[in-house]
Design a protein around this ligand. Structure first.
Ligand code: CA
Length: 505
């Protein structure tokens, strides 16, 4: 027992109202973004439509019904522009679609078909750098002309050994002259010069082009690296947001600001949203220690900090993405833990992002190609892309197998996302902590008189949580002890790994 008898007896009001992430002026904000569950797609790995084994945009269109069925209401497309690499994070031409993926017309069709299903499409915008094959850089290498100052140069060769603020070798040798150019990620990705107003207007034009095509927003790659100084980044993103909202007031900017929460907060002003990188790490850590309660506590405190910057800010919870070892590998393939991880982040406020394949428990650890393997639709290999070898155990992971099995991870994801979509308190409600033992993730979400409680016991002992005098109905329980629709009040008992979601009557 973690808290004393006296505590249980005295504690009739159990929801601690200390932390409230406000929904006060909600309706003015983001019906078109907040509360929606997004799905991150690596197009090359997802679905092939033309038999070359490589995933493409028409393949994504073919699978929109699958995503809709899962409850997905937004898609983040990893880079789709013409690129020199398999992953696309070095763009060669911002106005052309990667040949392997299809055409601009295919993108237009994907957007239309997604919108018919009320699914938003957000695309990766990679503008910290271009590919070294981009025409701008090729022109700039000549040493003169309009594109020279699109990039950052020095003839001080001693800088070759200097480190960038990211901790990488910041400068690369020019292939044509005795000089260096700035490229903090890799020599094939020269950094654009954001002190040059021409660069800024080019980037704005690119954004306009895709917004006019119907794209609903951008996932901003490397959002904190455009300038080395944070203040200058903030100025840029404010200006960019103003431009974007001028084209489409409902467009959203979701930043990759990969840093600790405290260092991200200034970006909550100019960006509508960014990913909470701390959350996934913390979920993995607490699943191992069995102390789940801290997940909600720190999420709320971060969110409060962001909301202070901007009341309309929406955080994006997720487990792992295309740059990280897959969640299922991080918890050693334990499906009970996987369910708890999903139940936590899919019941927190914000706009959650599912990484493709997560819902079927795909495994993967770096190198990068292995965390971006073909989505496994079927045990019939011809139905999956073949862009890279599959090392996952196909018989276990294949979606078609999981669809047949009501107890599968896929069905659990579908249930969780379905609950979030059908219960406004879960998608848009305020959050507060519920008093519970340390091993229990315990939150309440409330909106317009509706209240939902989420209780998850990650410890090894049976735990009790006081839920007060009100009557609750079970929306979801992973233990048979509480059947759906059973009623309860005052005290609930949670088994190990038990996920229990209740709605106040
Ligand atoms: Ca193809």
């Amino acid at each position: 027992m973690v808290w004393g008898i006296a505590g249980i007896v005295l504690c009739s009001i159990l929801i601690i109202g200390l932390f409230r992430v406000g929904n006060t002026s909600k309706e003015m904000t983001y019906d078109h973004y907040e509360g929606r569950v997004f799905y991150e797609i690596f197009v090359r790995a997802f679905q092939d439509s033309d038999g070359d084994g490589i995933g493409d945009l028409n393949g994504v269109t073919q699978k929109l019904d699958y995503l809709q069925e899962l409850g997905i209401r937004g898609i983040w497309l990893m880079p789709i522009q013409k690129s020199s690499s398999y992953h696309g994070y070095d763009v060669e031409d911002y106005y052309a679609i990667e040949e392997d993926y299809g055409t601009m017309e295919d993108l237009r069709r994907l957007i239309d078909e997604a919108h018919k299903r009320d699914i938003k499409i957000v695309m990766d915008l990679v503008i910290n750098h271009t590919s070294s094959e981009h025409q701008w850089f090729q022109e700039a290498l000549k040493g003169e002309g309009a594109y020279r100052d699109y990039y950052i140069w020095t003839d001080d060769m001693t800088k070759e050994h200097e480190y960038s603020p990211m901790g990488t070798k910041g400068w690369a040798k020019s292939p044509t002259k005795e000089e260096l150019y700035y490229a903090i990620f890799w020599k094939g990705m020269p950094d654009l010069n954001y002190d040059n107003p021409h660069v800024i207007s080019q980037i704005k034009e690119i954004a306009t082009y895709y917004l006019e095509l119907g794209i609903d927003g951008f996932r901003l790659d490397a959002a904190k690296w455009l300038h080395d100084e944070k203040e200058k980044n903030i100025v840029f993103w404010n200006d960019f947001r103003e431009h974007v909202e001028g084209v489409n007031p409902k467009a959203v900017l979701i930043g990759e600001v990969w840093d600790q929460a405290f260092n991200c907060k200034e970006y909550a002003g100019p960006l509508h949203s960014f990913f909470d990188f701390d959350l996934g790490e913390q979920i993995i850590k607490t699943l191992k220690s069995g102390r789940l309660s801290s997940v909600a506590t720190s999420y709320i405190s971060h969110y409060e900090m962001y909301k202070e910057q901007s009341e309309s800010f929406v955080v994006a919870p997720f487990l792992t993405n295309h740059d990280q070892n897959r969640i299922m590998s991080m918890i050693d393939g334990d499906t009970d833990q996987m369910r708890m991880a999903a139940a936590m982040y899919l019941t927190l406020p914000g706009a959650p992002y599912v990484y493709y394949g997560e819902e079927i428990g795909m495994l993967g650890t770096k190198p990068d190609e292995m965390i971006r393997e073909p989505f496994i639709w079927s045990t019939d290999l011809s139905k999956n892309t073949s862009w890279a070898p599959i090392t996952n155990e196909i018989e276990v992971v294949a979606l078609e197998k999981q669809i047949e099995n009501e107890e599968s991870l896929y069905h659990f994801y579908k249930k969780m996302i379905g609950l979030r979509n059908s219960q406004k308190a879960l998608s848009r409600g305020d959050i507060s902590l519920v008093k519970a033992p340390k091993s229990v993730f315990a939150i309440a979400r409330a909106i317009e008189g509706e209240e939902i409680m989420v209780l998850i016991n990650g410890g090894k002992e049976v735990e009790k949580v006081q839920i007060g005098e009100a009557r609750y109905r079970v929306l979801l329980s992973t233990e048979d002890s509480y059947k759906e629709k059973s009623k309860m009040q005052q005290e609930v008992e949670l088994q190990q790994n038990h996920i229990l979601i209740l709605k106040k009557e």
